[in-house]
Design a protein around this ligand. Structure first.
Ligand code: FE2
Ligand code: FE2
Ligand code: FE2
Length: 322
């Protein structure tokens, strides 16, 4: 990797942030029409306006630095290391999955700006630091608004499907959860390149194995064996996250951001599972979903606790090269 100044590194992250916002905008253009509920539609439309402003603000900052937004059309080629390819493949098809997807995506944006803010602080770039801080606050607020509306999203999903067989829905959500945990196992075996995140990954890997075992067990109790698993709409296909991230030179920062968004994806999925199970009168599955979700939330917090170290790891590697 050629040596780059911290300033160039920040320009590169701004280019990534710009691509993330472009993808966010494409999603927020579609989201109100898929929301299935007027209140959800309203918050998506409001965030669409904010997202337009974010795209503009980041583009302006790039221009101030004499740089241009990336013109690469392929999402993976643009910001592959941020895990955008995962979000592009999720393709939510119900109001519930849309809410889960959007919740996770807001967390990826939040992580990107929190990491950018730290880099800018290190470089003494106050305008970028302030910009990153301002946009991070709006992404966090949007994630919080979605989290206040899981019940609305579930209502809309059940209504749209005309699903009166809630127990079948519970099984579908359990299978989705199983597929997500399988993907988590891949992710958590990646080498993040710095010890702080490595120890968070090691601990959560053990928890994740247990989550998958508990979900297997619950599916069997409900009469659905592992052989009948079909990955649901939340599946991420044959994407090998671990090898994918190894290709990125600034893996510590991107992996620390992506892992945070992935934990949010799991949290959203378990929020929906717990609520569906409660409505189905399946208190065992609801209790299991809440138990696992508590650990996903803790894991997300621990991942975000490594962000200073992640920026440090990339900055010192850069210093070592130059
Ligand atoms: Fe944004
Ligand atoms: Fe956003
Ligand atoms: Fe997790």
């Amino acid at each position: 990797m050629p040596a780059t100044s911290l300033e160039e590194q920040i320009t590169k992250y701004l280019t990534d942030a710009h691509s993330i916002e472009e993808q966010a905008l494409a999603q927020m253009e579609r989201a109100p029409g898929m929301a299935g509920d007027p209140d959800l539609a309203r918050i998506y439309a409001e965030h669409r306006a904010e997202t337009r402003e974010h795209e503009q603000a980041v583009r302006d900052e790039l221009h101030r630095r004499g740089a241009e937004p990336s013109t690469v059309k392929d999402i993976a080629g643009k910001v592959g290391g941020w895990g955008m390819v995962l979000f592009a493949r999720l393709n939510p098809d119900t109001p519930g999955k849309l809410a889960v997807h959007a919740y996770s995506y807001e967390h990826m944006e939040l992580a990107a700006y929190e990491l950018l803010r730290r880099m800018a602080e290190r470089a003494g770039e106050e305008p970028v630091r302030d910009l990153a801080q301002r946009l991070a606050a709006q992404e966090r607020a949007m994630a919080d608004r979605i989290a206040e509306r899981w019940d609305l999203a579930l209502d809309a999903s059940l209504k749209e499907k005309g699903a009166d067989d809630l127990r079948e829905e519970v099984v579908k959500y359990l299978r989705d959860a199983h597929a997500l945990e399988a993907q988590a196992l891949h992710l958590l075996q990646a080498d993040p390149g710095f010890p702080e995140l490595a120890s968070v990954f090691a601990e959560h890997l053990e928890q994740t194995r247990e989550h998958q075992r508990l979900i297997d067990e619950r599916l069997s109790q409900l009469g659905s064996g592992p052989a009948r698993f079909q990955a649901g709409a939340l599946r991420v296909g044959a994407l090998n996250l671990a090898s994918f991230f190894k290709l990125q030179p600034d893996t510590p920062v991107k992996l620390a951001g992506f892992a945070f968004a992935f934990e949010a994806l799991e949290t959203g999925a378990y929020e929906m599972l717990a609520r569906t199970a409660e409505r189905a009168g399946d208190s065992d599955t609801a209790a299991l979903a809440r138990l696992i979700n508590g650990q996903e939330r803790t894991a997300a917090e621990r991942v975000s606790g490594t962000w200073d170290a992640a920026v440090e790891a990339v900055a010192s590697e850069r210093a070592g090269v130059s």
